[in-house]
Design a binder for this molecule. Structure first.
Ligand SMILES: *Cc1c(COP(=O)(O)O)cnc(C)c1O
Length: 228
């Protein structure tokens, strides 16, 4: 099946409250254009330089999501256009995003990444760390960022029970903190689920899925996804 057929097939099956991020990392701009012609506008990349290059050559109504792990010194390259940063995992990174957002006279929307996988290699905050971060005066002073939700990546496994457990953990954390009364934090988005596990993520409360290989086909080389 073609990219556009894959995309429409997945999109048409998603509940209407769920946002699809088409993960185009490593794929050429021509593949993104094919998906774009179906009307799709939200694309995810995991490397800042690659996203910037694609942003420059592609239509300007694309919403670019940065889904990978971020190095602080590269935030400036995407600060003028990125529409959502998924994998924020520290106050230091937020400080830099806030600074660059201010320079660009805008508010940058972010998600906090929570560590739910058992693998050591995956990034993210624990429940206590998130609560501490959100409660800090430092965080509340960042007026050019807005935390719109949480993001997580499950363990790379076919064990359905383990996936279920990890997604449910993230949903529970989301439910526990979603009613905090903090000006720059309104939790609405729960970004969880990829090609192989998004149906289970949806059953457990996800409202944003990040799907790459099921739309664009397998990537040519294996990627350490959460790294830049
Ligand atoms: C690559 C990637 C995805 C998409 O993975 P697929 O298995 O190709 O759907 C989703 N989320 C993140 C953070 C990624 O790096």
């Amino acid at each position: 099946m073609s990219i556009s057929e894959n995309l429409l097939k997945i999109k048409n099956k998603l509940p209407t409250n769920v946002t699809l991020v088409a993960v185009s990392k490593t794929k050429p701009s021509s593949d993104i254009i094919e998906a774009y012609t179906t009307g799709h506008r939200i694309f995810g990349e995991n490397k800042i330089q690659e996203m910037v290059a694609k942003y420059k050559e592609l239509p300007k109504d694309i919403e670019w999501h940065m889904i990978g792990h971020i190095q602080r010194n590269k935030v400036k390259y995407m600060a003028s256009f990125v529409s959502l940063i998924h994998a924020v995992d520290s106050l230091r990174l937020l400080k830099e995003i806030n600074k660059q957002a201010l320079k660009n006279n805008r508010i940058i929307n972010c998600l906090l990444q929570i560590k739910i996988a058992s693998e050591e290699s995956k990034f993210g905050l624990t429940e206590n760390e998130v609560s501490e971060l959100l409660a800090s005066e430092e965080f509340k002073s960042y007026q050019n960022i807005k935390i719109e939700g949480l993001m997580g990546m499950a363990t790379f496994t076919d064990n359905q029970e383990q996936l279920q457990k990890e997604f449910r953990l993230l949903k529970n954390i989301f439910d526990t903190i979603c009613n905090l009364d903090i000006a720059n934090c309104q939790l609405e988005i729960l970004s969880m689920g990829m090609s192989d596990d998004y149906p289970i993520a949806l059953e457990n409360g996800s409202n944003m899925v990040r799907v790459g290989s099921s739309i664009f086909g397998k990537r040519a080389y294996s990627i350490n996804f959460n790294k830049n």
